[in-house]
Design a protein around this ligand. Structure first.
Ligand code: ADP
Ligand code: MG
Length: 322
């Protein structure tokens, strides 16, 4: 069972960045307004996230690390279906199963903070600790007990690049939260809580901010807003395009297509505009997490979403502005 859960966790925690995403989302779920990420060696050697959220009570602390649903896994053949279920309440447990983990948390119901330590999901210690507020998640030696998975990792720099991208995606979606990212002892991003436009500039650069439109369109229960580069500011790579549906980063063919079509007449076909765009709509009209790892979505009425996005963007792109 232990082995199976390690293998399953290795499948789910595909790379350090996948773990970072889950840990950061937990911090945000906890209502944090200040989050610091400290990485060593691309997040493989160490991934430490501290936040000022609501914290975890002592008894929950143990659950948070051990709730791995081994009962769901009857055999190795089931791994595929486990992976497709995603983390649903077992992200931390999955991460802990393949690392040396430490959680320190301060919760309002406790007199002081508590620390829980585990190694490959064996709890080794629960003890009083010093921490004023929030939670500190410290993951060390990711994949130490799953050498097969560790072999699939790229260089530390590549893994850090993925972590940085995960961090960027989340930071762009939460301008109200301050973030710090540190790698191998060097601060690589320091983001103060700010208005959305300031955050976009801080993350995507001054040049982008100077050469982008701000748009904010609403119609029939849909809102589409954010910043999109003018045709004069585009790149050869497609990697600086951020789309969110109800606050979650997505890669969606329908939305991408609508955006590309809006740019079609004003941009050379091998150029890619930089943008950070948010679609907001009634959650009942969209299925986020069609596949948790692929961040896909499915719309109840895709056609009207497509039309709305196309027109919202086309309007600013067609406008005679410098
Ligand atoms: P899920 O987020 O799906 O509930 P996780 O495994 O990601 O599952 O986290 C387990 C639980 O641990 C969460 O439900 C939450 O109660 C608690 N938790 C994890 N990280 C934090 C944090 N940074 N602050 C407060 N609670 C946390
Ligand atoms: Mg979670």
């Amino acid at each position: 069972d232990q082995l199976i859960s390690q293998i399953a966790a290795g499948e789910v925690v595909e790379r350090p960045a996948s773990a970072l995403k889950e840990i950061l989302e937990n911090s945000l779920d906890a209502g944090s307004t200040d989050i610091a990420v400290v990485l060593q060696s691309g997040g493989i050697k160490q991934m430490r996230v501290s936040d000022n959220g609501c914290g975890i009570a002592r008894e929950e602390l143990q659950l948070a690390l051990t709730r791995h649903a081994t009962s769901k896994i009857a055999s190795l053949e089931d791994l595929e279906s486990v992976a497709s279920l995603g983390f649903r309440g077992e992200a931390l447990a999955s991460i802990a199963a393949i690392s040396r983990a430490q959680l320190i948390s301060a919760h309002a119901s406790e007199k002081h903070a508590w620390r829980i330590t585990s190694e490959g999901s064996f709890i080794t210690e629960i003890e009083p600790a010093a921490l004023d507020a929030g939670t500190l998640v410290d993951i060390q030696d990711l994949y130490f007990n799953t050498p097969a998975r560790r072999k699939f990792l790229k260089t530390e720099n590549t893994e850090f690049g993925h972590c940085e991208e995960t961090f960027r995606r989340i930071a762009l979606s939460r301008p109200d939260v301050s973030f710090l990212l540190q790698h191998n002892g060097r601060a690589t991003m320091r983001l103060a809580a700010a208005e959305a436009q300031k955050r976009f500039e801080d993350v995507l650069g001054k040049e982008f901010a100077a050469k982008a439109f701000y748009l904010d369109e609403s119609a029939a229960g849909l809102r589409f807003w954010g910043m999109a580069a003018k045709p004069t500011f585009s790149r050869h790579a497609r990697d600086t395009q951020y789309v969110y549906v109800n606050g979650r980063f997505v890669r969606d063919k329908l939305i991408s297509h609508a955006i590309r079509q809006a740019y079609q007449d004003v941009l050379h076909h091998d150029r890619h505009p930089v943008f950070v765009l948010f679609l907001e709509l009634d959650p009942a009209l969209v299925d986020v997490n069609v596949h948790p790892s692929k961040t896909e979505v499915r719309f109840r009425d895709g056609q009207s979403v497509h039309r709305f996005i196309f027109h919202a963007l086309n309007k600013v792109l067609a406008a005679p502005v410098g």
